[in-house]
Design a protein. Structure first.
Length: 228
């Protein structure tokens, strides 16, 4: 439809150009969980603002926008977070079968001290009140919405040449105490961000033999879950 014929409040919904589509798919397929490739250069404030704006543009159930972003640059704070990670990581290693522990311990699973910026992304379940459109029958929809913000930020970072690593191995109470996060607010992601000049061709855990990507066809069902 011609733009001048659209009703107020609408924009054309046509497909992207071939180059624009290629850029979107490139960001998706070359996005990596970065751990050990961060450069020390600080990220400019205007770049960080663009990444946060991309995250804030994410879809959210009931338009509740439950996210907050805690920017952690202070080296002492990042050292404390790394200490919390290290303690939890030692505990995690013991949870795997003995034959997997050596490989697990050889993996670098965070970049907290080397990335110049960390962002803790949280979810406030009270942001839109006690009854939220779309959350009435699934109370986890606010957390799922926050994960959409994480992915938006990650893809925007890829387009900007910024690496992102998601750190999930820590005791919730350690990070909550470190950052002063209220009990009612959920910690969704600790992200490490920094410039990178190289990325793995495939996900690092695949490259190092931890797990391989599953065939897509095995994950697609028609109409219902298969019998048996």
């Amino acid at each position: 439809m011609r733009p001048d014929l659209l009703p107020p409040g609408f924009v054309p919904a046509g497909e992207f150009s071939a180059d624009e589509r290629a850029a979107v798919y490139r960001a998706i397929h070359t996005r990596r969980d970065v751990r050990g490739e961060f450069l020390p250069d600080p990220l400019p404030d205007d770049l960080v603002r663009r990444l946060l704006a991309a995250a804030h543009a994410a879809p959210s159930v009931g338009f509740m926008q439950p996210w907050n972003f805690i920017l952690v640059r202070d080296p002492a704070m990042r050292q404390a977070a790394w200490t919390a990670f290290s303690r939890a990581n030692r505990e995690a290693a013991e949870m795997f079968p003995e034959e997997s522990r050596a490989l697990y311990r050889s993996l670098k699973l965070e970049g907290i001290r080397t990335a110049p910026l960390s962002i803790c992304i949280t979810c406030d379940p009270d942001r839109a009140g006690p009854v939220v459109l779309g959350r009435t029958h699934n109370p986890r929809m606010d957390a799922y919405s926050t994960v959409c913000a994480v992915q938006n930020l990650w893809l925007a970072a890829r387009a900007e040449g910024v690496g992102v690593g998601w750190v999930s191995i820590f005791r919730d109470e350690d990070i909550r105490a470190l950052l002063g996060i209220p009990e009612r607010v959920e910690i969704v992601a600790w992200l490490c961000l920094g410039y990178v000049d190289r990325l793995y061709v495939e996900p690092e855990l695949a490259a190092k033999g931890w797990r391989q990507r599953l065939p897509l066809q095995e994950l697609i069902f028609e109409d219902r879950w298969p019998a048996g």
